[in-house]
Design a protein around this ligand. Sequence first.
Ligand SMILES: *Cc1c(COP(=O)(O)O)cnc(C)c1O
Length: 234
Amino acid sequence: MNGLEGDSGLAERLAGVRRRMAEACARCGREPGEVELVAVSKTHGPERVREAVDCGLRVFGESRVQEARAKIPLCPGGLSWHLVGHLQTNKVRVAVDLFDVIHSVDSTRLLEALEKACTQKGRTLEVLVEVNVSGEASKYGIAPGELEPLLDFSRECTHVDVIGLMTVPPWSEEPERTRVFFSRLRELRDEVSRSGGYSLPQLSMGMSNDFETAIEEGATMVRIGTAIFGRRTT
Ligand SMILES: *Cc1c(COP(=O)(O)O)cnc(C)c1O
């Protein structure tokens, strides 16, 4: 305890996020329990994670493997850690040791490397495929057209389970402008599920600025950092 804890406003911000999530669910006839809140703790230290745990959070998201490797051992046990940022193939083995869910699988090659690492370590892993629905060159994620070949490969995986799709839309101050990218991800999921018989129940979409829109478009996981922890300074 540094004396500042409790003054950070985390509990209040979290309550506000939960209320807005519930309101978004109510607007579109969904149950609040259908949407999982992934608290993105990147750049924030273990003491802030502990504070969030004291507020009832159990699921945390990190963007970078190196940062997570230093932080997770200093955090309370029994939490669920999700990797939401880009994963390089050379960090796969470390990532498999740290994370319960990986949201950012963006190539068949990466999926193959994860399958191999999980098989060697004798563990199973849930992953989502990150799709670049906007086609913006600066964004990670596979092109929609590459999704089917990747999912086809996933049928052979025995240790990695593809549970859904994830996207990061182009940034916009206006959440309404991101709606089309969320609906496109949902439609793409529905299309490939129908044509290939895949089960992809999870849609990871929506961040601090646009999570309500994402929920209205079917998000089952929202990845929220700033609206819970406040502005990142590093
Ligand atoms: C940082 C990050 C988030 C959280 O962003 P906020 O705007 O702070 O809520 C969500 N998803 C990914 C992939 C991120 O890198």
